[in-house]
Unconditional design. Sequence first.
Lengths: 526, 129
Amino acid sequence: MDNESTYSGYSYKSSHSRSSRKHRERRERHRSKSRDISARGDKSVTIQTPAESMLDAESTRGDDRDDNWGETTTVVTGTSVDSISNEDLTRISKELEESSPLECRRYFGPALGAVLGLFAVVTPLAFLALPQLLWRDTLEPCGTPCEGLYISLAFKLLILLISTWALFLRPPRATLPRFFIFRCLLLALVFLFVASYWLFYGVRVLEPRETDYRGIVGYAASLVDALLFIQYLALVLLEVRHLQPAFCLKVVRTADGASQFYNVGCLSIQRAAVWVLDQYYSDFPVNNPALLNLPKSILSKKMSAFKVYNLGEENNTNNSTGQSRTMIAAAARRRDNSHNEYYYEEAEMERRVRKRKARLVVAVEEAFTHIKRHQDEEAAASPKHPREVMDPREAAQAIFAPMARAMQKYLRATRQQSYHTMESIINHLQFCITHNMTPKAFLELYLSPGPTLQYLDTSNRGRQWTLVSEEPVTAALRQGQVFSLRRLDFSLVVTVTPLPFLRLGEEFIDPKSHKFVMKLQSETSV
Amino acid sequence: MSTYTPGQPVTAIVQRIEIHKLRQGDNLILGFSIGGGIDQDPGQNPFSGDKTDKGIYVTRITPGGPAHEAGLRMGDKIMQVNGWDMTMVTHDQARKTLTKKNEDTVRLLVTRKSLEDAVKNSMGTYPRQ
């Protein structure tokens, strides 16, 4: 299409304003599938250094145009805590990006954790079983104390398994650019622990074929105790520490200025980014680029006012600056009325939207009166009018026709027509009819722009966000930090401020001390 | 204006003042403002010697108005208006009594500190006669 030729990385919005209305709608119908809003249930966050960011935007923009929302995650290898090697990492990752398959990156971390966890849980049982299998005859019989230890071992293992399932066996929600430090620390700790226990077991029990079975059982029980304590540590580090609020994050969307404030606890930058994105999808109204532009008629008035003529001068280099200077001076002298036009245009648009909304509401109310729920007793009562019984889909299609035009005009007035296709409107109508909703409940979806989550479709591919930060992303949040989460056509800028320290004082009020006197003092002139 | 004990008659040195109301458009005005009353806060009264006195006081006089010409001064306590008592009335009752539409003149009995002092001084010189 001819408008695509003006499409460059940063003029995404202006291409809208340059095209005519017809072209825009046609293009948006094409685009509705490849739209930014199409849903993914999962997100991946990759890091970019600020210097590299421009390069990356254009490379991913090319992917976007092909509607290829690949799971583009960076492969972090080796020592990623050291920020010096960052440039190398991103260079390596760009090569690997196209070649790595879609899903495997997402599950690598949890798989590792699962393997280690399984190994750790099986170890005490192995400690108990190996002597029985290998040198059963020489083992000393072990009476009641052993049985007590068996029972406690069994229950502790059961509790360990249940709490591991509850806390850690959840599908991962995000892929972080760098290692999640606490998780790595805990995995390393578990590994070290179990490895050292095996080492001692091998040296002290397996080799000399230790006969004191009670001691072996005690040894296994102590391992299980230690695992429970590591799990306690994991609980505190991963789940509990960040619950107490310590910082206030201000999140501003660069596209239209929508902002929110959130309270978070002590987190690293990447974890805070994931948290912010979780809230973003349900708190922020959907980003509608069509709503942003001032009408072309207002902005471009200045440009076409003056034409500058060259009266036979040979020296062109001076003229260009002279020309622009005269134009600027002339434009400055001219009285600037664009704010006036903007005001009237806004008022006009507001009026138009309200009128169309009124028409829509009336049309929908009337349409809803055409159907009602069929009760089974009525069939016997009125044999004369055998009404055709419809299922919700057919009922929705039947009453969609009278309101279709009003709906379309309203959506066009509020620039939402790209978010709601006819199919989706009929689906929503069917949903509302099934659940006995009133017309107002049906219209709730269209009258206000909902959160972004509402417009995502439910395929499970991840959404790509880029975390841009001047500090390494595993650093903890501090006062005055600013980082931003970039998407293709807008970004979220996050500013960190600490919550103030509160000094709470106490004042006791005796309930008998509430007394009142009259305080009127009028002065009247006669 | 000494402290008043309830149940005992009040004695005061009063001056008789007669004000002729001035007609301004539809209203008859007297040209002063009153404050006080039994429903008001007596502690706020700047003119009373005794801060529990809930009487009606003159708080402002329009210069050149009928009250000023008749000799009323700021800080005077009004004891009677046309025979009606003003020492135990609400603020609104006082206003209504003063602004009756069918009366052209009001005869006030007012008291002030300087009156008492004047009488005391004159009484002091009296026996020397």
